[in-house]
Ligand binder design. Structure first.
Ligand SMILES: O=C(O)C1=C[C@@H](OP(=O)(O)O)[C@@H](O)[C@H](O)C1
Ligand SMILES: C=C(OP(=O)(O)O)C(=O)O
Length: 668
């Protein structure tokens, strides 16, 4: 997950490959709750692991439900419609699929068995309506108090005497989750008799109610329905665990990749999406039809899709999106690539979701240069005449972050030059798709020249590594410690007994180095050599062998391959001069020899090595001289490098200086 302040997407050009979708949020949270209400254990496979499911799982555990991993699956031992814990304060983040169904279930359980529960979430959750559900539950005798504003969480559910009686009326025109919550919870009361729910007002987001009915059936509850206005739960309905249950991939999450295929995949190599397809029980699968109407070509199997570009530019669309409220946001961004204005209608519910999505989409689309008009329940998007680079605010709304990533393909729509897109607070995708950006980067390509590189060159012990990794972390960029490549070559040479002057053999060794980098460090032939590479004699040998042109040449391809999305910070000695001469920001880092000797001394002592500061200083000076004077890639600042002397700077201050320079070069 990118936990950075922002994530800059360089202009993107093409998409190909396979995406495996995370589990459906709507199915995951329903299945978790149904499993908890059932008798016995349910083994849930392919459950979504994200903020929304975590708050649900944590809540169920607080309620005394055993939820534990079993192999790849999650095993939930149900409470069988009873209460194991009678008091709890539950934090439900911003998960509507946790708040609404838990409120209904716990209101009933608190009334039937005696209990007191408080349900709250993030500040935005306390602005998302729940009054219609509370009104419905009060009709049957549940006791519910608002702890903040009337009509909104947080709620207290305590006592009451739920009774089956007249049909329960619930409004359906603000959120379908109120009806879903009642359907999921009311079987708890069905020992008293049949329950009837009547929906008032036009029910929105109907396909989500179909998911609810489908899963209730899987858990043994058959709800009879009369159109979309009357639902009957038979007397003596009981939740019966199906034993094992599989969660299909999330169809709303699929929308970003369906759109991606429509924008940037070729018929010869379509974008393949695995986890949902023609057999999906999620209404958002019908996003496929909307994408097709805009020009996407789609082939589908039971649980996969293959998508590629058909019409280009995309065809403008005028669509009632009530049945696909979440995926429709993706259409608003596809609209940037259309031949004319696209109008998405009947989406009033956007205003009461993670943020006011109509206002937020309009505001952010305009930043890119689009013409946007909006009303209480529609948005109309006219593609930009001139694309603008933009920093997209995401309002803690996962879908805004995800759908706006698709704006980075503006080069395909003729933006000259193509503009980068900045996504602010990218970690908000954790609500439903924590690895969204990693997944995206796995299937998109661009011109390597468009992938930003920051080079940090400088003499030994100047703090390049620390600075580079600090900058990379702030930007979410990859890191190339090119010195490690030379050190690894040196270590491998030492082990293979290749002399330091055998240029040809050293070059052959370097070219085939079985090297691998990950969070744990550097791996050589399956062995973690991170510490071994820091040894003084390895460093000294690296300095010698790195003077051989053939060795440097052998490692060039390896270094260039580090230039991957979303960007790279490369530290070394010739990063700005030789390897990445087109880097948009080059830093030449220095510190006085005395400062560097002191740092190296401290470093060695702290690792338990003995060291003499005068010897270190002499070694450093000798190494500087050798690095500066060698004929291949001598250590010198690139002409366009910014020079930074960090002798008197803290690490944070150096990192900030580089970020400030970077920011000056960004168009945002
Ligand atoms: O029941 C569900 O799982 C959902 C219903 C929809 O909400 P509304 O009914 O409020 O439109 C949808 O937007 C939400 O992401 C999930
Ligand atoms: C509206 C959404 O979420 P929630 O389940 O919290 O309503 C959403 O995921 O787009």
């Amino acid at each position: 997950m990118y936990a950075t302040e922002f994530l800059d997407l360089p202009p993107l050009r093409a998409a190909a490959g396979t995406v495996r979708l995370p589990g459906s949020k709507s199915i995951s949270n329903r299945v978790l709750l149904l499993a908890a209400l059932s008798d016995g254990a349910t083994l849930i496979h392919d459950l979504l692991d994200s903020d929304d499911t975590r708050v649900m799982i944590t809540a169920l555990k607080q309620l005394g439900c055993a939820v534990e991993p079993q192999g790849e699956a999650l095993r939930v031992t149900g409470l069988g419609g009873r209460l194991a814990v009678r008091e709890a304060q539950l934090f439900l983040g911003n998960a509507g699929t946790a708040m609404r169904p838990l409120a209904a279930s716990l209101a009933l359980l608190a009334g039937l068995h005696g209990g007191r529960f408080e349900l709250g979430g993030v500040p935005r959750m306390h602005e998302r309506p729940i009054g219609d559900l509370v009104d419905a539950l009060r009709q049957i005798g549940c006791q519910i108090d608002y702890l903040g504003n009337e009509g909104y969480p947080p709620l207290r559910l305590a006592g009451g005497q739920p009774r089956v009686g007249a049909p329960i009326r619930v409004r359906g025109d603000v959120s379908s989750q109120f009806l879903t919550a009642l359907l999921l919870a009311l079987p708890l009361l069905s020992h008293q008799g049949e329950l009837v729910i009547e929906v008032e007002g036009e029910l929105i987001s109907k396909p989500y109610v179909e998911i609810t009915l489908n899963l209730l059936r899987r858990f043994g509850v058959e709800v009879a329905r009369d159109g979309w206005s009357r639902f009957t739960i038979p007397a003596h309905s009981r939740y019966r665990s199906p034993g094992d249950i599989h969660v299909e991939g999330d169809a709303s999450s699929a929308s970003y990749f369906i759109a991606l295929g429509a924008l940037a995949a070729d018929a010869a190599a379509p974008l393949r999406i695995e986890g949902v397809g023609a057999d999906s029980i999620q209404g958002d699968i019908r996003f496929v039809e909307a994408a097709e109407a805009m020009g996407a070509q789609v082939r589908q199997g039971p649980n996969w899709l293959e998508v590629w570009r058909g019409a280009w530019p995309l065809k403008a669309l005028d669509l009632d999106c009530n049945h696909i409220p979440d995926a429709a946001m993706t259409l608003a961004v596809m609209a940037l690539y259309a031949s004319g204005p696209t109008r998405l209608r009947n989406i009033a519910s956007w205003r009461v979701k993670e943020t006011d999505r109509i206002t937020a989409m309009a505001t952010e689309l305009r930043k890119l240069g689009a013409g946007v008009s909006e009303g209480p329940d529609f948005i109309e998007v006219t593609p930009p005449a001139a694309w603008q680079p933009a920093a997209i605010r995401t309002y803690d709304d996962h879908r805004i972050a995800m759908c706006f990533s698709l704006a980075a393909f503006n080069g395909l729509a003729g933006a000259r030059p193509p503009v980068p897109v900045r996504i602010l607070d990218p970690k908000c995708v954790a609500k439903t798709f924590p690895d969204y950006f990693e997944t995206l980067f796995g299937v998109v390509t661009t011109d390597p020249a468009d992938i930003p590189v920051i080079t940090i060159d400088g003499p030994t012990a100047s703090g390049k590594g620390t600075l580079a990794s600090g900058v990379a972390q702030k930007l979410g960029y990859h890191l190339l410690d090119s010195g490690a490549l030379y050190r690894a070559t040196a270590l491998a040479a030492q082990r293979a007994g290749i002399p330091a002057d055998d240029e040809a053999r050293l070059a052959a060794l370097a070219a085939a180095l079985p090297l691998h980098f990950d969070e744990q460090g550097v791996w050589l032939d399956g062995e973690n050599v991170t510490d071994a590479l820091r040894r003084e004699e390895v460093g000294a040998l690296a300095s010698q062998i790195s003077a051989h042109p053939a060795v440097r040449c052998a490692l060039t391809g390896l270094q260039l391959a580090f230039r991957r999305l979303p960007g790279l910070v490369a530290d070394g000695r010739d990063m700005g001069t030789v390897i990445f001469p087109d880097a948009p920001l080059k830093v030449f880092l220095t510190a006085s020899a005395a400062t560097r000797a002191e740092r190296r001394h401290k470093q060695l002592i702290s690792k338990g090595f003995s060291a003499n500061i005068d010897d270190l200083l002499q070694d450093l000076e000798a190494r500087d001289a050798r690095d500066r004077s060698r004929s291949t890639a001598p250590l010198k600042p690139a002409e366009d490098a910014m020079s930074l002397d960090n002798s008197a700077l803290s690490i944070e201050a150096s990192v900030q200086q580089v970020l400030d320079w970077w920011q000056q070069r960004r168009p945002f």
